[in-house]
Design a protein around this ligand. Structure first.
Ligand SMILES: Nc1ncnc2c1ncn2[C@@H]1O[C@H](COP(=O)(O)OP(=O)(O)O)[C@@H](O)[C@H]1O
Ligand SMILES: [Mg+2]
Length: 253
């Protein structure tokens, strides 16, 4: 279990995160949801160990991780821009991390991941030959071969559209479930958060507005921020579509 206790973080005298406390169970998929600039990436960086908190503690499986260096935490991130190596082909990108830590994944485990993420036919391609969704799958595979204890994803779907978005969403879920992997996903899109995760952490200006399962968020919003900024966005999207095309025959009243 990952536990954050009273985490606080400021940059240049302005407080970005205020008293963040939460628990994430093993194997849970949690989304961190909130508008741009509310502190989502900062929170991810604190968990990963790129950034240190000013106050508070980070506990993982009962051990104090607050001062533990990033490379010793065993967490791993897929960055928003994927950060793939453009000069290496797909296979070399996927296995890059194993050069320094051989044996973390066996050849057959790497092969299974390649199949799970449907990358086999692309292995010899260079990165610039791939679509956005394919790049995202390579980034996911490259991170997964390192067998992280926690997988962190920063806006994994924001560069993708429509059908591809749905298919990557499914794959992230499949991989997380298959490996019983604790997965933390940053997003600013309420629909994404509510459909992808077991629990959603909603942040408003550096504070937790609500932390609960999607059903609770939708049915029992705890404050105006959740009601107006999160649920209204969904409602507006829905109304825009219905205004354009009507409710159609497929939609129950
Ligand atoms: N390294 C940094 N130095 C100074 N300010 C930062 C730094 N990182 C983030 N911030 C500020 O912290 C706030 C939250 O940023 P961020 O966590 O990136 O938000 P989000 O990911 O929710 O869009 C922003 O006002 C941003 O400018
Ligand atoms: Mg961000």
């Amino acid at each position: 279990m990952l536990e954050l206790n009273h985490i606080q973080k400021s940059f240049d005298g302005s407080t970005v995160l205020k008293d963040i406390s939460l628990k994430i169970n093993d194997g849970e998929i949690v989304s961190i949801l909130g508008p741009s600039g509310c502190g989502k990436t900062t929170l991810l960086n604190l968990i990963l160990g790129i950034t240190d908190p000013d106050q508070g503690e980070i506990i993982y499986d009962g051990e104090d991780f607050t001062k533990k260096p990033m490379e010793k935490r065993g967490f791993n991130i897929v960055f928003q821009d994927y950060a793939l190596f453009p000069n290496l082909n797909v296979m070399k990108n996927i296995t890059y991390g194993l050069k320094n830590k051989p044996g973390i994944s066996t050849e057959s485990e790497v092969s299974d991941l390649i199949d799970l993420l449907e990358l086999r036919e692309h292995l010899d391609k260079s990165i610039d030959q791939l679509s956005g969704g394919q790049k995202q799958r390579v980034a996911l595979a490259r991170t997964m071969v390192m067998k992280p204890n926690i997988l962190l994803l920063d806006e994994p779907l924001s560069a993708l559209d429509g059908v591809i978005k749905e298919s990557i969403k499914d794959r992230i879920k499949t991989v997380a479930r298959e490996f019983n992997l604790t997965t933390i996903i940053v997003t600013h899109d309420p629909e994404e958060a509510l459909t992808l995760s077991d629990r959603v952490l909603i942040i408003d200006q550096g504070k937790i507005a609500q932390y609960g399962c999607p059903g609770e968020i939708v049915n029992q919003p705890e404050n105006d921020f959740v009601r107006h900024f999160i649920l209204n966005q969904l409602e507006i999207k829905r109304n825009n579509i219905f205004a354009l095309f009507g409710k159609g025959k497929g939609v129950a009243a």
